[in-house]
Write a protein that binds this ligand. Structure first.
Ligand code: MUC
Ligand code: MG
Length: 370
């Protein structure tokens, strides 16, 4: 049952987005996927580590992820035999601090090998899927209110999504509130609208902003203040009835425990890259469940490979706030043979051993940086 890692290859894959995607800290016109192929004595597995806007979102860039893997993690792991993800994570954590994005790609690739070897989907290795179809919202983030309304109406009419997230925080508060409430009014009462501020406000601005968003019927406010301000996030969560979704503030089970024991109420956004892989992300889910905090399946706008790795994990827990695993739909192309099935506000978890994803070697070659 043990797996011996023989070699690890890594590529930076640049894929344009279907339109500019505007967040509080950057506007994306292209997404860079860091793709990993792990060759083991027992078979080959694939993983992905993806962030947003170079170093503008998190502390690892696509280039630093590749460098951490090639310079430190690959020499550490190659030639070694592991009984499972626990010993793999222990080995990585003993010699490499942080770098959870890089570790996430490697944990994913290892799970892919293990699943293929055992003839089981990765979800089965993580406890077993509760569902094969997971809810998926869409983010309206063209940077223009009218364009966002048109896009939202089109996706509703097509039946593709019924829940939307808006990216705010780049502009002044009044403009952002006008933008969010105009979209809420245009799309109607039945449609759930959430906002993600990506840490752009201070507590004073958040109190003003959340008062108006709550009165205007916004359903969820994601990471309104900086990730370091745990006390502020707890206070806001207790002051408003509109719930707070902690994202950047909760990467690991330790963060989840600190916020919950401090009195936070609301929900946690799980992301495999923040935690160091699908198994590590589920440790945060367990802390949330123990504390009565709701869950949400988060993305860093990964391609199909990273999205599917997340879906296998998310399928094993109840996501009270659904998921945002729409990354592949924001990309003009991908590096897989079969795209995911997105329809009726949901995505289907691939079946088959491992991740259940087949890599298109020609597309990988075409989009990989040289
Ligand atoms: C984030 O902060 O949640 C998820 C969806 C989206 O549009 O951006 C990401 C990042
Ligand atoms: Mg977020």
């Amino acid at each position: 049952m043990s797996i011996t890692i023989e070699s690890i290859a890594c590529w930076l894959v640049d894929i344009p987005t279907i339109r500019p995607h505007k967040l509080s800290m950057t506007t994306m016109g292209c997404q860079t996927l860091t793709i990993v192929r792990m060759t083991c004595a027992q078979g080959v597995g694939w993983g992905e580590a993806t962030t947003i806007g170079g170093l503008s979102y998190g502390s690892e860039s696509p280039e630093s992820i590749k460098s951490a893997i090639e310079t430190y993690l690959s020499p550490l792991l190659c030639g070694q035999t592991f009984s499972g993800v626990a010993s793999l994570a222990a080995k990585m954590n003993a010699s490499v601090k942080g770098n959870t994005f890089a570790k996430s790609a490697l944990e994913t690739a290892f799970l892919d090998v293990q699943g293929k070897m055992l003839g089981l989907p990765v979800s089965a290795l993580l406890g077993g899927a509760l569902t094969e179809r997971l809810p998926v919202l869409w983010t309206l983030a063209s940077g223009d209110t009218d364009k966002d309304i048109d896009e939202g109406k089109r996706l509703l009419a097509e039946g593709r999504h019924d829940t939307f997230k808006l990216k705010i925080g780049a502009r002044d508060l009044k403009t952002d509130i006008r933008h969010a409430l105009a979209i809420k009014t245009a799309l109607g009462d039945e449609v759930s609208i959430r906002v993600d501020v990506n840490q752009a406000w201070d507590v004073t601005t958040a109190i003003k902003g959340m008062t108006e968003l709550q009165a205007g019927g916004i359903d969820l406010v994601e990471q309104p203040i900086p990730l370091w301000d745990q006390r502020g996030l707890i206070t806001l969560s207790q002051r408003f009835t509109v719930p707070i979704l902690a994202d950047e503030a909760v990467a690991t089970a330790h963060d989840g425990y600190a916020l919950a024991s401090g009195g936070f109420t609301g929900a946690y956004a799980l992301k495999i890259a923040k935690a160091g892989g699908p198994v590590q992300a589920l440790k945060l889910a367990q802390v949330a469940q123990a504390a009565g905090i709701a869950l949400y399946g988060g993305t860093l706008l990964e391609g199909t490979l990273g999205t599917v790795a997340s879906l296998h994990a998310w399928s094993t827990v109840t996501m009270q706030w659904g998921t945002e695993m729409f990354g592949p739909l924001l990309l003009k192309d991908d590096i897989v043979v079969r795209p995911l099935d997105f329809s009726h506000g949901q995505v289907t978890l691939p079946s088959g051993p491992g991740l259940g994803v087949e890599i298109d070697a020609d597309k990988l070659r075409h989009y990989a940086r040289t």
